[in-house]
Design a protein around this ligand. Structure first.
Ligand code: NAD
Ligand code: UDP
Ligand code: UDP
Length: 322
């Protein structure tokens, strides 16, 4: 890489599932990467393979506190993402999204860095429009058990939009739909990690409700590709952009795919549907397609097989689902 193209890049939440894949991609591209994490759901092991690299640095830090560093770009991913973890300490979750955004935006403003926010399809809540397009304002309960996450992320989007309008910051807002792959926390209660661990250890797969609710699942490599393309999109691309795989499946169908990917003969068992569980979710990715010629290329079965290989290795060390 030419010295001029080499950037100093901060990744908050860099030791988590998506963050560790992003750090890896940026380090491989030759950038100087500063990974900041408080290790709430992320782990050192997720980035241990990057520690020997001269262009990678790991710092324990909580984004709810100010951070003074000099960087060219910021990817703000710090925030627990699974319902089990973000509902563990809901006040802290909102603080992480809101105070974290304020601190990272303040940092971006001081050093004139471009800043990317990992937002979420949850800003659409239990959507009344299907598939979801960026101009849909959402249907979100402000006071329910998921609100700390949904409203925290919505407020972060507000802050990003206002720092853009008020201070001319170059921002990126990625509305990320369900993403899965290696290094998902095996006990974070998300559907793919739960089904994987259950299928591989011969336990019944826990389908919530009757399993007819849908999600659209994107493999991690496709998502990281989209992050980098969005960050590199032309100046002024400051509106939210949906990122995800439009291929939609019911949770019962997903259970079947996981059983096949793991060669498992586990049974399926039904559990109560969590409160405010969104019914349908599918991204309209026409904006991402037009803007950055991007669309996911990994099929669900191929992605699940790669994920299964990772979980098989993890199971040797004795982890279980939540
Ligand atoms: P993750 O839980 O694996 O990663 C989050 C990381 O942030 C962890 O390493 C955690 O330790 C760290 N963190 C949490 N609070 C922090 C704080 N206060 N200060 C510093 N670090 C902190 O989850 P993920 O799936 O990798 O999600 C990454 C980002 O993408 C999150 O912002 C999440 O909301 C967003 N997102 C993910 C998905 C998905 O399907 N994976 C979907 C939508 C949005
Ligand atoms: N901040 C930070 N790093 C910096 C600059 C600012 O963490 O390099 C934090 C600081 O805590 C501040 C917040 O970002 O409270 C918002 O900064 P901004 O300049 O927008 O607002 P102000 O300092 O006026 O509150
Ligand atoms: N789910 C399920 N079994 C599980 C975990 C989750 O059926 O063991 C369902 C959950 O009710 C939801 C979907 O799978 O309808 C996706 O859940 P996840 O927590 O992965 O993500 P989110 O609800 O945030 O999209």
């Amino acid at each position: 890489m030419k010295e001029l193209d080499r950037k100093r890049i901060l990744v908050t939440g860099g030791a988590g599932f998506l963050g560790s894949h992003l750090c890896e991609r940026l380090v491989d591209a030759g950038h100087d990467v500063l990974c900041v994490d408080n290790f709430f759901t992320g782990t050192r092991e997720n980035v241990a393979h990057l520690l020997p690299r001269a262009n990678f640095e790991l710092m324990r830090h909580d984004v709810t506190f100010p951070l003074y560093v000099e960087v060219d770009e910021i990817y703000n991913l710090a925030c627990p993402a699974s319902p089990v973890h973000y509902q563990y300490d809901p006040v802290r979750t909102t603080k992480t999204s809101v105070h974290g955004a304020i601190n990272m935006l303040g940092l971006a403003k001081r050093v004139r860095a471009k800043i990317f926010q990992a937002s979420t399809s949850e800003v659409y809540g239990d959507a009344r429009v299907h598939p979801q397009k960026e101009d849909y304002w959402g249907h979100v309960n402000p006071i329910g058990p998921r609100s700390c996450y949904d409203e925290g992320k919505r407020c972060a989007e507000t802050l990003f939009a206002d720092y853009h309008r008020q201070y001319g910051l170059e921002i990126r807002i990625a509305r990320i739909f369900n993403t899965y792959g290696p290094r998902m926390h095996p006990a974070d209660g998300r559907v793919v990690s739960n089904f994987m661990v259950q299928a591989l250890s011969g336990e019944p797969l826990t389908v919530y409700g009757d399993g007819s609710q849908t999600r659209s699942l994107c493999y991690v490599d496709d998502m990281i590709d989209a992050f980098i393309r969005l960050m590199d999109a032309p100046d002024g691309t400051c509106h939210p952009v949906n990122l995800g795989n439009p291929h939609e499946v019911t949770m019962l169908e997903l259970a079947g795919h996981v059983l096949r990917a793991t060669d498992s003969s586990s049974e399926i068992t039904f559990r109560p549907l969590p409160i405010d569980d969104p019914w349908h979710r599918q991204p309209d990715i026409s904006a991402a397609r037009a803007l950055m010629s991007w669309e996911p290329t990994t099929t669900l079965d191929a992605g699940l097989r790669k994920t299964a290989m990772h979980f098989r290795e993890r199971l040797v060390s004795g982890v279980t689902s939540s």
